[in-house]
Design a protein around this ligand. Structure first.
Ligand code: F6P
Length: 372
């Protein structure tokens, strides 16, 4: 049997772990694997060449610790899902036909798509066309899989952010500064929440909890006046500032992207508190580097499970981690956005630890610094 694999959308640590698990499980069944380059684009014919390669055990042995993806990826191109006036999703019929032709010509009996929410929608459309497709959720934002615990890439991103905050804290302490750290997450606050708790942030701002700058300022001033030298503020890129998303607009290609709230908040806080304030945008460092051990293991588990799905011919489904177990669910459920529930245990724990979310008057700081 010959099966295919591709990854689409933003890269993240752990993709190569999935690929290694997938190839190992396929070869243990006597199957062969073809890997497509640069996302779904690899399914399109190119004159005088091809955008795929045979993946064997030698090529994929121990790539589980490699960041990025040996296949390359893209989050632009010909496979963006179109939505009509009644919300129906579709792909350009010519593109769909070319993809089908490639899959048929190569004799593929299955195609695994490693991707985020957008790529999962494309995978679902291919499956609805009768193609043997399965999906593997991927994103550092952990904002997928309504039915799952984690996506691989997330823990690696949290490690990068938490260790970056630890480093930023020493310079903030030296200068008695407020440091605003902008992190990724798209419209979710999972990275900000986990890394802020892990690295003792004073303030954690997430899109799921609207904040009032006044409450943030009051909390900062309480701690500053109580003698705290450095103040750490972690803000997720998708937060609303005074009710608006903060974005950057590329005049050349008309593209608008999330980003810039760290800078805006830095100036606001400095203005309101009178405390020297700087900001740091961690950007793609959160997507780069080698996967942490947790993500390597999860990626390998997802890759092996994907082959078992194919063996059971459960096409049109997705691999997920649910209740600590690797299982499967529909592509729809797996790509269901999953945002932070403000009432969840982790947010409650953060509040007990004195973390300021900016949605209410700050706790009296005397409680924080009570000494017997
Ligand atoms: O969706 C993952 C993500 O990392 C977002 O958090 C971030 O805003 C975006 O991708 C960046 O995309 P790109 O790599 O295209 O700049």
């Amino acid at each position: 049997m010959i099966i295919g694999i591709l990854n689409s959308g933003g890269d993240c640590p752990g993709i190569n772990s999935v690929i290694e698990g997938y190839v190992a499980a396929a070869y243990s069944r006597g199957w062969r694997v073809i890997g497509f380059h640069d996302g779904f684009e690899g399914l399109l014919p190119v004159v005088g060449g091809r955008r795929y390669e045979v993946l064997n055990l030698l090529k994929t042995h121990k790539i589980r610790s490699l960041g990025g993806t040996i296949l390359g990826t893209t989050n632009t191109g010909n496979f963006n899902v179109q939505v009509n006036k009644v919300g129906r999703h579709s792909l350009d019929p010519q593109i769909m036909a070319k993809a089908k032709k490639t899959i048929t010509a190569l004799g593929l009996e299955a195609l695994a798509v490693i991707g985020g929410g957008g790529s999962a929608k494309t995978a679902k459309l291919l499956a609805e066309e009768g193609l043997p497709v399965i999906s593997i959720p991927k994103t550092i934002n952990n904002d997928l899989c309504g039915a799952s615990d984690y996506t691989f890439g997330f823990q690696s991103a949290v490690e990068v952010v938490a260790s970056s905050i630890d480093r930023i804290r020493t310079t903030a302490n030296a200068h008695k500064r407020i440091m605003v750290i902008e992190v990724m997450g798209d419209r979710s606050g999972w990275i900000a929440l986990h890394s802020g708790i892990a690295a003792s942030a004073d303030v954690v701002l997430i899109p799921e909890i609207n904040f009032d700058v006044k409450h943030v300022v009051d909390g900062i001033m309480q701690r500053h006046n109580a003698g705290q030298r450095e103040i750490i503020v972690v803000v997720a890129e998708g937060c609303l500032l005074n009710g608006e998303l903060v974005t950057v607009f590329n005049k050349d290609n008309g593209e608008e992207r999330l980003g810039g709230i760290g800078n805006r908040l830095c100036h606001l806080l400095e203005q309101e508190t009178g405390i020297e304030t700087r900001y740091c945008v961690l950007g793609h460092t959160q997507r780069g580097g080698s996967p942490c051990a947790f993500d390597r293991v999860l990626g390998l588990r997802f890759g092996v499970e994907a082959v078992k799905l194919i063996e059971r011919k459960e096409f049109g489904t997705s691999v997920v981690l649910k209740g600590g177990k690797v299982g499967t669910t529909s592509i729809d459920e797996a790509s269901e956005p999953r945002l932070v529930n403000p009432e969840n245990h982790l947010v409650q724990t953060a509040r007990e630890l004195g973390i300021i979310f900016g949605d209410r008057e700050p706790e009296d700081v005397r409680r924080m610094h009570a000494t017997k």
